[in-house]
Design a protein around this ligand. Structure first.
Ligand SMILES: NC(=O)c1ccc[n+]([C@@H]2O[C@H](COP(=O)([O-])OP(=O)(O)OC[C@H]3O[C@@H](n4cnc5c(N)ncnc54)[C@H](O)[C@@H]3O)[C@@H](O)[C@H]2O)c1
Length: 439
């Protein structure tokens, strides 16, 4: 089987590499010439644990290819996946211009039957828009007899654990509308099914909706816990204990109950906005999701507020150390990261920022420029700092040497955006400690 994956970002590259690992002949396509040139040389443009080995192995085995020229490979393919970006537009809708551009290229160059699969996260109905666009353009080209199918195969991988998620997913959701498409997608995923996970076939609209509904549910859990955490602080309860107590109820479960400084990343914020906007388009108001978003926006300011409260609002001229820039550990992705909201507030308040991240400095620098000092390690970042703030819980931040920090920091204040430290332990070293949802 031969497939093309169009869009070689976090989703496209991981999907392409993992399909190749299962023996499929894969061509990854992108319009970014620099990205494709790097990949041809074996340089991986993103940080994703384990990805480089899989790309290297499958490139060497000539099962994984890279090109910027979709038309030249299109007609060798059985399936073309669309895995390009669907960012928010200025109104909060999913901007489908990249997706539709790929659909146009396919329609204008295909000469044999194809299955066109949408892997990008797209609003309900997008696969049908692709189908209609392709049909119209084929008809215009006089190819009225040329048949093709569309399908929806949303991606649920998590950055930082993407390889494992793709290779052994909880489930694969596939929306199809013909037996041929179902057969082809079953064949593609059969090697993965040996691991006993389920491929859930459904109609296309439900498949597109499943992706948004899943992200909306996860974001809701996070905002719910952040709301509970903020209340815990005010009534003297400890959210860490509350979380444990709640999570042991099998109806609730333990995951996604961690309070923090808000969700970010390339998916939740834009997908929540897009779902609210899809609902508005059909005259329905997603009241719950609007609140989820509002709580999150408020939560992204919480670390700055805690710092201001600690110093009675007097921040000008201070130096603050930030550990963690990516929106979560094990990725270099800083899109919509809470760290960026925090750093922008600090800079506006006249604070000098010394930041460190194990993987995301290059990406953060692209967004923040040179307004921030990018440190070589956690101790360099903490040098002469009046406070240390941790927005991202990378493993290497978990057990720092507090004796060393005590010596090199100017003032001993720690604001822990992910509740990874023990307040009593820090107090024993002389640090003032502020976590989330604790007294
Ligand atoms: N990142 C995640 O964790 C994740 C998880 C699940 C689903 N998704 C969804 O998957 C989609 C892709 O996300 P991503 O994070 O991989 O995006 P990304 O921004 O990392 O990658 C998108 C890629 O598409 C390329 N591209 C744009 N237009 C193109 C065109 N016309 N032809 C070829 N390539 C083109 C870009 O150059 C870029 O390399 C989005 O819809 C996203 O919501 C992302």
């Amino acid at each position: 089987m031969k497939i093309a994956v169009v869009g070689t970002g976090y989703v496209g590259l991981v999907s392409g590499a993992c399909f190749a690992e299962m023996g499929v002949d894969v061509t990854c396509v992108d319009i970014d010439q620099q990205k494709i040139d790097s990949l041809k040389k074996g340089i991986i443009p993103i940080y994703e644990p384990g990805l480089n080995r899989i790309v290297e192995r499958n490139s060497e085995a000539e099962r994984l290819h890279f090109t910027t020229d979709l038309p030249s490979v299109l007609n060798e393919m059985d399936i073309v996946f669309i895995a390009v970006g669907t960012p928010s537009d200025e109104k909060g809708n999913a901007d489908l211009s990249q997706v539709m551009k790929v659909a146009e290229t396919i329609a204008d160059h295909m000469t044999h039957p194809l299955l066109i699969v949408t892997k990008s996260t797209v609003p309900v109905g997008t696969s049908y828009r692709i189908r209609d666009l392709v049909r119209q353009r084929l008809d215009k080209r006089g190819l009225t007899e040329l048949s093709f199918d569309v399908a929806s195969n949303p991606e649920f991988l998590k950055e930082g654990a993407a390889i494992n998620d793709f290779m052994s997913p909880d489930r694969v959701v596939v929306g199809v509308e013909s037996e041929e498409a179902k057969e082809l997608m079953s064949k593609l995923y059969r090697p993965f099914m040996l691991n006993n996970f389920r491929v859930i076939f459904m109609d296309i609209l439900s498949s597109e909706m499943t992706k948004y509904a899943s992200n909306a549910m996860l974001a809701t859990r996070i905002s719910f816990m952040n709301d509970i955490a903020n209340l815990c602080e005010r009534v003297g309860a400890d959210v860490n204990m509350v979380r444990r107590g709640m999570g042991s109820d099998s109806r609730i479960g333990r995951s996604f109950l961690y309070p923090g400084c808000g969700y970010g990343g390339s998916c939740f914020p834009k997908d929540i906005r897009a779902l609210i906007s899809v609902a508005e388009g059909v005259g329905y108001e997603m009241k719950l999701l609007k609140a989820v978003e509002e709580v999150n926006n408020q939560q992204k300011n919480i670390l700055f507020e805690k710092l201001k409260n600690h110093f009675d609002g007097e921040l000008k001229g201070m130096t603050v150390s930030i550990w963690g820039l990516s929106f979560k550990p094990e990725t270099d992705d800083v899109r919509d990261a809470p760290s960026l909201t925090l750093i922008r507030s600090l800079l506006d308040a006249g604070v000098t920022v010394r930041a460190y991240d194990p993987a995301a400095i290059r990406e953060a620098q692209r967004v923040l420029g040179d307004a921030v000092y990018y440190a070589n390690d956690i101790y360099d970042a903490a040098l002469n700092a009046d406070a240390l703030i941790v927005p991202t819980e990378w493993k290497e931040f978990r057990l720092p040497n507090w004796e060393v920090l005590k010596k090199i920091m100017h003032r001993l204040v720690v604001i822990d955006g992910r509740n990874i430290y023990n307040g009593a332990e820090l107090a024993s070293f002389g640090f003032a400690y502020h976590g989330i949802g604790q007294k």
